[in-house]
Design a binder for this molecule. Structure first.
Ligand code: C2E
Ligand code: MG
Ligand code: MG
Ligand code: MG
Length: 290
């Protein structure tokens, strides 16, 4: 007997759903094992202060050392871990490991560096999140100012009230808060005045064409002015070229992060950059020379 086309498409849909749920079941199982065995690694990407060209801090970025698939990037598992709530245990590991690493760098003589970790909305909604963070910095004797929490606009809007409460408490204890991927989310500027924000990270999408695109130039200039007028510092993400660096320096951006300096690297590589800089010869040009 011949199927109608709608039956065929339903069957096709069913098969796809089944395939998807098997895949999800598998990933769920694998992620739980990964949490159990701590199959995670932190890579670190330097943040450079434009004025002094010193590596003033790093951002910790998670990788999954999968037993058969090798090193996996966050896009392969973060969203799923958030949906399943597994991000809570994973995120706690990230904060703890980052603080432990910072302590180790201090013991090697690299003092006063900042370490940034990325937060998910799910973490911010946990009742005990603030206490956990405070307990971890106390355990590793990290000065609160040295820990920076990166949240995106989307993370904030997911549950603004919960995020606001948690961030205010963290901020009142001296922990730094930065808005990640700034300009790509629900950019209602009104929330900025209510939040305890220390720095804005301008998203890579505004930096990528900044040398050619006049609109990007205007937007970035404006964001730097707004941030500075609200006593926030500005860091540009995804800086890949010398020309982008020069424009950002001219506009008065405070810090840069991006492949121009370094990709995210293991902790050992960062030590070299703390002592010798990034090894890049970034000469600041006069405005007319750009
Ligand atoms: P993000 O926090 O905005 O991190 C910046 C991402 O851009 C990183 O990708 C970094 O490798 C990449 N990047 C840095 N400089 C450049 C550049 O010059 N050019 C280009 N093309 N890319 C650059 P990564 O490591 O794959 O992380 C992606 C995202 O995953 C992060 O975006 C963050 O939202 C999330 N993520 C990473 N680690 C964690 C974590 O521990 N917890 C949570 N909740 N999210 C994390
Ligand atoms: Mg980030
Ligand atoms: Mg970002
Ligand atoms: Mg991002």
């Amino acid at each position: 007997c011949k199927k109608t086309s709608s039956e065929t498409s339903f069957q096709f849909f069913d098969n796809q759903m089944q395939e998807l749920s098997i895949k999800h079941l598998h990933l769920d199982k694998e992620l739980r094992r990964a949490i159990q065995n701590q199959e995670w690694e932190l890579f670190y990407q330097p943040k450079m202060d434009i004025a002094t060209q010193a590596v003033v801090g790093v951002e910790a970025l998670i990788r999954w050392r999968h037993p058969s698939k090798g090193l996996l990037a966050p896009f392969e598992f973060i969203d799923f871990a958030e949906q399943r709530g597994l991000i809570v245990a994973m995120g706690e590991w990230v904060i703890r490991t980052a603080c432990q690493q910072l302590k180790q760098w201090e013991e090697m003589g690299f003092m006063n560096r900042k370490i940034a970790v990325n937060l998910s909305a799910v973490q911010l909604k946990q009742d005990d999140f603030v206490e956990k963070v405070l307990a971890i910095i106390a355990e590793y004797q990290i000065a609160p100012r040295q820990l920076e929490l990166e949240v995106t606009e989307t993370t904030l809007m997911n549950n603004f009230q919960a995020a606001l409460t948690a961030l205010k408490r963290l901020s009142s204890r001296g922990i730094a808060i930065s808005i990640d991927d700034f300009g790509t989310g629900y950019s209602s500027l009104s929330y900025l005045k209510n939040l305890p924000v220390n720095s804005l990270k301008i998203d890579r999408s505004f930096i990528i064409d900044i040398c050619q695109d006049e609109n990007d130039q205007k937007i970035v200039k404006m964001l730097i002015n707004i941030a500075h007028s609200m006593n926030m510092t500005v860091i540009a993400e995804g800086v890949e070229t010398q020309s982008q660096f020069h424009i950002l320096a001219e506009y008065g951006c405070d810090e840069i992060q991006g492949y121009l300096l370094s990709k995210p690297v293991p902790a050992e590589e960062i030590v070299k950059m703390f002592s010798k800089g990034t090894g890049k010869n970034l000469t600041l040009l006069a405005p007319g020379e750009i």
